[in-house]
Design a binder for this molecule. Structure first.
Ligand code: AMP
Ligand code: GLY
Length: 427
């Protein structure tokens, strides 16, 4: 079986790593991939990072199954194109990917399907936005409608800041065209959880809950990033909360999208705020999370391939996935300047030492230059480790992190601590 993974980050490295352990006989390709992935799969750069570019790679290698990591090709219709050419692929159609491609679409879908979310208003001109802002107390949340690589959400503490942000978003100066329309919404307080389920449009297989750490500095301080670390631990949700999320969020969306003639298949990621123990949706993503996937794939104790094949074929077999009992933790090592413009080209040292301690070091922003591994993006590596309990998983992960070095490297030192604070007596 020939499998193609589309993408070049830590999420894709973790997917390839898990697929490489499938008992089935597989030949793995990634496009474009990265130097870490290249140890497990053949990496092929597409002529262009578009649905057509990736289709041409899939045709060249004869891919029997393609899995898409990032959102952009999904929103651009890669699944529609592959299906039209008779190629199996895991992911939603462009119409279903609007759940991530347009925050306004997502909010309206949630309203139609009765999914709990923050109160909101939509605006497509500055006058409406300023008017809508008056309806919400501060802090208030402003969201660019379109894809903005994690930079389209602003939390304004004061009325002046909110108005300034609305102006900046709508003028196009902050995130370009993505900000021409806005969602303005109520600020929610609670505990954030990433809940991801695999679906074929009808059947649903939930993955374990994870918790991301979006802010760049310890204690959730500083600007938001794509994610500075994540951990995966069943105790993030109680059994009741897990069921509530399926009943109030995941099933209504899967059923609603099918009923409306744009069935959703692939990974449905609900970014949730647990408010007084009950879920409210902050956002949907139409793909696996990064770095959540690194923690998830590390903890999964099952063959991923039949699940992906089932989702692509519309024959997903509902049933529990096997997971290791011990939690997993992923700490992201970021380059100087991230989440602003990252510095590139710094040599990376110590990955083998980190791996000799039992950690998996997933590559994200790396490349080979003159035979040496150097940094080439904001999130450089995702160091991932497990342990018998959360405190030992955290300790194992940071022990591996301490072996790695590159100029300007920075990372959070509190990944997983929220869990430890919640369950001190159990650890
Ligand atoms: P999103 O891209 O919608 O997940 O937003 C990015 C981050 O902004 C989330 O992970 C939250 O930390 C925060 N956020 C988004 N919406 C809200 C909200 N309504 N209330 C509080 N925080 C929010
Ligand atoms: N870690 C958040 C995301 O993948 O969008």
């Amino acid at each position: 079986m020939t499998i193609l993974v589309v993408g070049s980050g830590g999420r894709e490295h973790a997917l390839v790593w898990r697929l490489a352990q499938s008992p089935a006989s597989t030949k793995l390709y990634a496009s474009p991939g990265n130097p870490g992935i290249a140890r497990l799969a053949e990496c092929i750069a597409p002529a262009s990072p578009t649905p057509e570019g990736f289709l041409s790679v899939a045709e060249t290698v004869g891919a029997d199954l393609t899995v898409v990591g990032p959102e952009a090709p999904l929103v651009d219709g890669i699944v529609d194109l592959f299906r039209a050419r008779g190629r199996r692929i895991v992911g939603p159609s462009a119409a279903a990917a609007q759940l991530e491609g347009s925050k306004i679409f997502a909010k309206e879908a949630m309203r139609r399907f009765g999914v709990p979310t923050a109160q909101y208003s939509c605006a497509d001109n500055l006058g409406d936005a300023l008017h809508a802002l008056r309806r919400f107390p501060c802090p208030v949340v402003l969201k660019a409608d379109g894809l903005a690589a994690g930079k389209g959400v602003c939390i304004a503490r004061t009325r002046e800041e909110a108005e300034q942000t609305a102006r900046a978003l709508m003028s196009g100066s902050l995130v370009g065209e993505a900000g021409r329309r806005l969602v303005i919404e109520e600020f929610l307080e609670g505990e954030e959880v990433s809940f991801i389920a695999l679906t074929d449009g009808t059947h649903v297989v939930p993955l374990e809950p994870t918790q991301d750490h979006k802010a760049v500095f310890d204690g959730d301080q500083g600007p938001n990033t794509g994610g500075m670390g994540a951990y995966c631990d069943s105790r993030i949700l109680t059994a009741r909360q897990h069921d509530l999320i399926l009943e109030r969020v995941i099933y209504p969306v899967v059923e609603g999208m099918r009923r409306e003639g744009r069935p959703f298949s692939g990974f449905l990621y609900a970014g949730l705020m647990m408010v007084e123990g009950e879920p409210k949706v902050l956002e949907f993503n139409v793909r696996l999370g990064d770095p959540e996937t690194q923690a998830l794939m590390h903890r999964m104790d099952d063959d991923l391939l039949p699940l992906l094949e089932g989702a692509a074929a519309g024959e997903l077999r509902p049933g529990p996935i096997r997971w290791r009992t011990g939690p997993s933790v992923c700490v992201v090592l970021a380059a100087a300047g991230y989440p602003g413009t990252p510095r590139k080209g710094d040599p990376v040292f110590g990955i083998e030492e980190a791996e000799s301690l039992g950690a998996c070091v997933f590559h994200a922003g790396t490349r080979i230059e003159n035979g040496r591994l150097v940094t080439s993006g904001g999130r450089v590596l995702g160091v991932t480790a497990a342990g018998a309990d959360l405190s030992s998983a955290i300790a194992n992960c940071y022990a591996a992190v301490s072996k790695i070095h590159f100029e300007g490297m920075h990372y959070r030192r509190d990944i997983g601590l929220k869990g430890l604070k919640r369950w001190p007596a159990l650890e």
